[in-house]
Each structure stands twice: as structure tokens, then as C-alpha cells.
Design a binder for this molecule. Structure first.
Ligand code: ATP
Length: 220
């Protein structure tokens, strides 16, 4: 019997309200870098740091399905955070994923620079490394230099810095920062534009725009 290497899973959580080309670029970047066996997309239920989401989970799930369907690696839309009642914390999601995937799988939790900037405020943020790798990417408007990242977060990322190859072959505990992603798009900007009937065709995948129009979303 051949020896199969443990699975490598990349995880992207978000409110995806709506999903946009910045999310697709972030997932695509790490799909190319890590070549995971699966990209796991996890739409948020009710994120604890955000005000209420504007769009029903079923719509956000469907838009995510449309947006990520052409990614170069297999994609799964995971509805665990939507099913969970009460506040959602990444630590709980990663614990559930580790339970599901077993101790040997390589799990990489992806985030943009805005999240890296406030990682120290996340519940049990240091314990995230006991469950997964953390991979962050630059984002216009959110610096990732030492003046923007909390010293304790910068220290952990420096101490745990690893290559994509090491990340693929280790279950957890490593860190990676991609400095060359520069997609200046946010869901906030898209919601505002849609409310004014603005043109967002260059900001979101065409199929997502069709979906938004068909369901009359973000019109207030
Ligand atoms: P909002 O404007 O509503 O706050 P958002 O555009 O930041 O939303 P989220 O769904 O909150 O989108 O983001 C999910 C994840 O994707 C987060 O880790 C976030 O940092 C990352 N992300 C979102 N947009 C970008 C972008 N343009 N470049 C890199 N990462 C991004």
C-alpha cells in the first residue's frame, strides 16, 4: 500500500456580505502558494466584532459558492458557523475543523491584513497556533509593518515564519505573511455603491452580481 501524505486544507472565513474579488484573490493566492487539497470557505454566522450582517446566510452561502467555483483547487463551503448559535469565534471553528480532519492534516487559516492588525483582540489568539497555521496577506490601506501590527503578534509571526513547503507538511503552528497582494476592494464599499445603484462590475465576480440583481440584495 502506498503512503499518502496528510491532507492540506486552507481555510478562509468571512462575512462575505457580499463576497468580492478581494476574497477571490486572497483564496487564489494561497491556492497557488500552498496547493491545498481543499479550500474551505466558512461564511460567518454573526461575527462578534461586526454589527449585524445585511444579508441572510443562505444568500451569502450561495454567493460564496458562485464566487469560488473556478478556484484552481477543490472548494467546500462549510456552514458550521451559520449553524452555530451565539457568537462565533475562529478558535471554536478551528477546534471543530481539527476534530474533523484529525491531528495530521495541515490546516492553514487565511486572513487579510485588516484582521492581522487586530489579531491580538481575538479570543485565545495564541491558541490558534495550536490548531492551525496562520497565513496573512497584505491589503491596501492596512499596513503590515511593525508600526501597524501589535508587537506580540509580530513576535509570534516572526518566530513561526515558515515556507509554503513547511506549512504543507506540518499540521499547525507556523506563520506566513504574503506582502504582494494589493486588491483595494471591500464589502463595505460594494454595499455603499449598490445602495446608490453604482457600478460594481469590476469589484465582484459576474455571477455574484447576477445573483445580487436577481434577488434584489443591498438595495435597502
Ligand atoms: P467589510 O467591508 O464588510 O468589513 P471585508 O471586505 O473586509 O468586509 P470580510 O468578509 O470581512 O470582507 O473578509 C473576510 C476575509 O477576507 C478577512 O480575513 C479579510 O481580511 C479578507 N479580505 C477581505 N477583502 C480583502 C482584500 N481586498 N484583500 C485581502 N484580504 C481581504
Amino acid at each position: 500500500m502506498g503512503v499518502t501524505s496528510p491532507r492540506c486544507i486552507a481555510v478562509l472565513g468571512g462575512s462575505f456580505d457580499p463576497v468580492h474579488n478581494g476574497h477571490v484573490a486572497l483564496a487564489g493566492y494561497f491556492a497557488r502558494l500552498l496547493v491545498p487539497d481543499e479550500m474551505r470557505i466558512i461564511p460567518a454566522g454573526q461575527p462578534w466584532q461586526k454589527q449585524g450582517l445585511q444579508t441572510l446566510p443562505a444568500h451569502r452561502v450561495e454567493m460564496a459558492r458562485i464566487a469560488f467555483r473556478h478556484l484552481a483547487v477543490p472548494v467546500t463551503i462549510d456552514e458550521q458557523e451559520i449553524r452555530r448559535t451565539g457568537a462565533t469565534y475562529s478558535i471554536d471553528t478551528l477546534r471543530a475543523l481539527r476534530e474533523e480532519l484529525g491531528p495530521d492534516a495541515s490546516i492553514s487559516f487565511l486572513m487579510g491584513a485588516d484582521q492581522l492588525q487586530k489579531l491580538q483582540t481575538w479570543k485565545d489568539w495564541q491558541a490558534l497556533f495550536e490548531l492551525a497555521h496562520l497565513c496573512a496577506a497584505s491589503r491596501p490601506g492596512y499596513g503590515i509593518d511593525d508600526t501597524r501590527i501589535a508587537p506580540e503578534v509580530a513576535r509570534e509571526f516572526a518566530r513561526r515564519a515558515a515556507t509554503p513547503e513547511q506549512i504543507r507538511h506540518t499540521p499547525k503552528g507556523l506563520a506566513y505573511v504574503a506582502t504582494n497582494l494589493a486588491v483595494d476592494i471591500s464589502a463595505t464599499q460594494i454595499r455603499a455603491a449598490l445602495e446608490q445603484d453604482g457600478d460594481v462590475a469590476s469589484l465582484i465576480p459576474a455571477g455574484v452580481l447576477d445573483y445580487i440583481q436577481q434577488h434584489h440584495l443591498y438595495r435597502n
